[in-house]
Design a protein around this ligand. Structure first.
Ligand code: DMJ
Length: 935
């Protein structure tokens, strides 16, 4: 390991020398770079230099497509809307809630892309982009933004841009005119963020008004009480860099103070932190703890702050937390949230996509084995769904189906490749590239996936896609000589912005009041101080990574819920296993007795439903109380799972005719009647508007809709009635378009169209629902191209394959008049059904919310699945936390277990890039035309 040799293996003490001795940092895994190519002997075949270059060029072309479309169609807006090919301007689009807090009318995507341009060797474009930022960007807008997002994306983007601008200036060819203007902007922005820290705790408010700051009436922000741990703990790299670049120490001091406070507030027995914290009192608001959403980059910044700033206290804190993570949260290959006070108890049975960065961080830490394991598990989830869904269960089913083109998995793939040199990771990167091109690429950029199961899109391309995804993918395939500077002289921020390691020895006169007081109590011998040596990591075994992956190779397809294994195991001591929610029968006296022991009461409501409430203090013992809490949590999970299973999954409307060629996929709501698209082949046909457009009476234009898919407007009669009318006119399918102007599946929950309460077996054609925005894409396409052909299906089909026409069924009809539509919200049903004995009539129970006022000390289940947790005062009991070896468990799984993902055969036809580009140029023209029509 070259760098360990340079600086001596031990990395204790500060300050770091001018060039950090172990610049594993940016490359992260310089430490493990050992012999990236020489270690290979078998396993994945090595990739030739030509192929790597080809893939690198493909990444460049993809970046051009994303960045070019942003600059052409969206700039100076913050982000590109790739489906409608225009800029997303805050206030001009329906609010998407918190996610819009990243948008500050400061050309976010341009700033976030600055240093990517240099990494991708686009120096000329970088020079141009910097000029545009200096000329056009205003940081003084009257807009409320997220402090966290503004810090990592905008402050980080400006600092990354500055770091590489001065590197280029020093090289003497480019940026000779540059006079630290980006840094001046960064400083201006830094001062704008500082009022957010005006709390007694030193934790920042989550939002700030760029123009008016906080708490003034015109600021419209400053009343918040909570923030997420990552939001308060992901500032130190940017703030310290700003201080060290400028000499203004205040930024680093504020960021340190926030970190110090979080450290003080860690749960002292588990050494874990919760997801959200009260910024005034420091109380944990959400006491669940994981490595994903809400916490992720807090851990990342502790380790990287040590690397960048050379301050031992950060490493001590990181190691303490890491030890706790590996003890409680890590259940290889899974990473499962637990409670900070009861860390042996899983807090949920699903994982979120943000945790995919963690293997990369483990590489930086030097803990390669679990990194390989988790990464492999994630890759299998990706292979199943093409992308990592926002959340997935411990048995690898989709929990939240979106995927906003997040870069975390690519990040970990890059670092693992650097660490192991295993060409397997190059193949993984190749798959990521293929999937992005195949499923996310649209004529005007790359569109986030609305639903990985259907392949439908969202009109969204987040700035992190350019800041991070292309950097990591490009670096994965690049050799040293492909990059115009030494990447190992830099550290990556959480948004993949590059900060130079030489900052570690610059302007160090920051007060570190709080940072070392407490560490003497920690056992120094527990900490890894040395840069992991790859000779030790891979002792004479070039197939190390492969040998770790091998036992996991079918982990996703043959899985059993890990959380369950753990609980069962914890009671293996001979005592009777606790009652599981899935086994519970409300009519079983023995079960009722167990509930009583656990402090859970069952209340029979007048309408036949039952309500469960736990009073921890009424439990027979603290262990029973613990069981009761677990039972309630399982019940919540089970209920929401069943609720989901009762829902029909969303469907896709894919426009297949010229110039769309299947590349635009719209999210559609299913119907509870008519042809079930998940069981039958898709329905394909040209679309025609029905007359009357509401479809509430016999159609006056049957010749126009005959053999076609009829478009009908929502409203004025039942969905089923519309279906019957178009079916009578000979339509082969129907799309109901919302009459509520501006509605969109981006902002409104999708629902399924209910029948009319009577027998709807006579409706044979498939019916789908589109919100108005998605519907208008089809209506505008008809205006533009007249002949528009669509495919109605459960999952979008391969856009490059020939799309064969399908024979459709049309059928006899019947109609009934009703006065209103019925809509069943996808999130309303809350039935609790015994899974073990679905045919037994006795166990169909329902749950209802409990008024917190009535049960101040109770944990109750509410339909939203939220719990009020009363057990703070209760004695906590540790369960046996040993984990069963998942490999053994998996081997015991039946070979015949089925993959639950829809069985869709995606075409394998490869289209040459030139022809794709030609198609896209046509598409772009078409989109431009549509834009003129104010699509
Ligand atoms: C990025 O903005 C950063 O990586 C952040 O830390 C969390 N994740 C998003 C992208 O997914």
């Amino acid at each position: 390991m070259s760098e360990a040799g340079e600086g001596g293996g031990r990395v204790a003490g500060s300050p770091l020398p001018r060039r950090a001795p172990w610049s594993l940092v940016a490359a992260t895994a310089t430490l493990c770079l050992v012999s990236a190519t020489s270690v290979w002997t078998a396993g994945a075949a090595p990739m030739s230099r030509e192929e790597k270059q080809k893939l690198g060029n493909q990444v460049l072309e993809m970046f051009d497509h994303a960045y070019g479309n942003y600059m052409e169609h969206a700039y100076p807006a913050d982000e590109l809307m790739p489906l409608t090919c225009r800029g997303r301007v805050r206030g001009q689009e329906p609010s998407r809630g918190d996610v819009d807090d990243a948008l500050g009318k400061f050309s976010l995507t341009l700033i976030d892309s600055l240093d990517t341009l240099v990494v991708l060797n686009k120096t000329k474009e970088f020079e141009d982009a910097v000029r545009k930022v200096l000329r056009d960007v205003n940081l003084d807008n009257d807009v409320v933004v997220s402090v966290f997002e503004t810090n990592i994306r905008v402050l980080g983007g400006l600092l990354g841009g500055h770091s590489l601008a001065i590197m280029l200036r020093e090289k003497g060819e480019y940026m000779q005119w540059y006079n630290d203007e980006l840094l001046q902007m960064a400083k201006q922005l830094g001062y704008k963020l500082l009022p957010a820290f005006n709390t007694t705790s030193g934790l920042p408010y989550p939002r700030i008004n760029l123009k008016f700051g906080i708490r003034k009436p015109e600021a419209r922000t400053g009343t918040e009480t909570d923030t997420c741990t990552a939001c308060a703990g992901t500032l130190i790299l940017e703030f310290a860099a700003l201080s060290r670049f400028t000499g203004a120490t205040i930024f680093e001091e504020y960021a340190r103070k926030a970190l110090d406070f979080l450290w003080e507030k860690r749960q002292r027995s588990s050494n874990l932190v919760g997801v959200t914290i009260n910024i005034h009192t420091g109380d944990w608001v959400r006491k669940d703890s994981g490595v994903g959403a809400g916490i992720d980059s807090y851990y990342e910044y502790l380790l990287k702050a040590y690397v960048l700033l050379g301050d031992d206290s950060f490493l001590e804190r990181f190691n303490t937390h890491y030890d706790a993570i590996m003890r409680y949260i890590s259940q290889p290959p899974l990473l499962l949230d637990v409670h900070i006070h009861k860390p042996m108890l899983n807090a949920r049975t699903w994982m979120d996509a943000l945790l995919a960065f963690f293997p990369g961080l483990q590489v930086l830490k030097g803990d390669i084995r679990p990194a390989i394991e988790t990464h492999e598990m994630l890759y299998q989830v990706i292979k199943k769904h093409n992308f990592l869904p926002e959340a997935f269960t411990t048995d690898f089913r989709v929990h939240w189906a979106q995927h906003p083109l997040r870069p975390e998995f690519a990040e970990s793939t890059y670092f693992l490749y650097k660490a192991t040199g295993d060409p397997y990771y190059l193949e993984v990167g190749k798959t990521l590239i293929e999937n992005l091109n195949k499923y996310a690429r649209v004529p005007c950029g790359f569109a986030a996936m609305k639903d990985v199961r259907t392949g439908s899109h969202e009109d969204r391309m987040d700035s992190f896609f350019l800041a991070e995804m292309f950097k990591y993918l490009y670096l994965l395939f690049a050799d040293k000589e492909d990059i115009i500077f030494d990447i190992e002289d830099y550290i990556f921020t959480t948004e993949a912005h590059l900060l130079p390691l030489w900052l570690s020895t610059t302007n160090q006169n920051i007060s570190k009041k709080n940072t070392t007081s407490e560490y003497t109590e920690l056992d120094d011998s527990n900490f890894d101080w040395t840069c992991p040596n790859t000779q030790i990591l891979f002792p004479n075994d070039p197939l190390y990574a492969q040998s770790i992956r091998e036992p996991l190779k079918n982990v996703v397809d043959k899985s059993c819920p890990r959380g369950i294994i753990r609980v069962e195991e914890s009671f293996r001591s001979g005592a009777k296993p606790p009652l599981r929610a899935r086994d519970f029968m409300a009519t079983n006296p023995e079960h009722l007795e167990i509930l009583k022991k656990m402090g859970v009461s069952l209340i029979h409501l007048k309408d036949g439903r039952v309500q469960l409430v736990q009073h921890a203090i009424q439990a027979a013992s603290s262990i029973d109380a613990e069981d009761g809490l677990r039972f309630m949590q399982e019940m919540i999970e089970l209920s929401s799972q069943q609720q989901k299973e009762q829902q029909l999954p969303p469907r896709a409307v894919q426009i297949v005719s010229h110039p769309f060629f299947g590349r635009v996929v719209l999210t559609a709501g299913p119907a509870q009647f008519g042809l079930d698209l998940s069981k039958h082949k898709e329905t394909r046909g040209f679309v025609a508007s029905s007359k009357p457009y509401n479809g509430c009476s016999e159609l006056t234009n049957p010749e126009a809709v005959m053999g076609k898919i009829a478009l009908i407007q929502r409203g004025q009669c039942m969905f089923a009635e519309k279906a019957r009318n178009i079916q009578n006119a000979g339509a082969i399918g129907g799309i109901v378009i919302d009459d509520n102007e501006g509605s969109s599946s981006d902002t409104a929950p999708l629902f399924q169209m209910a029948g009319d309460g009577k027998d709807t077996d006579d409706i044979k054609i498939p019916m789908l629902f589109l919100f108005s925005k998605e519907g208008s894409i089809i209506l505008d396409a008809i205006r533009e191209h007249e002949e528009v052909e669509v495919l109605l299906s459960d999952k979008a089909r391969d856009r490059d394959a020939e799309m064969e026409s399908e024979e459709q069924t049309s059928s006899e009809n019947d109609s009934q008049n009703q006065s209103a539509e019925q809509v069943i919200s996808l999130s309303q049903t809350f039935d609790l059904v015994d899974q073990e004995s679905p045919d037994e009539s006795s166990v169909h129970s329902h749950l209802e919310p409990t008024s917190p006022a009535e049960t101040p000390d109770a944990t109750s289940i509410s339909p939203s699945g939220e719990t009020s947790n009363p057990t703070e005062s209760r004695e906590t009991t540790s369960l046996d936390g040993e984990c069963t070896d998942i490999d053994n468990q998996l081997e015991e799984q039946s070979e015949t277990e089925e993959d639950s993902s829809p069985n869709v055969s995606w075409g394998k036809k490869v289209q040459p890039i030139d022809s794709i580009l030609a198609d896209w140029n046509e598409d772009i023209e078409a989109f431009e035309m549509m834009e003129k029509d104010e699509l």
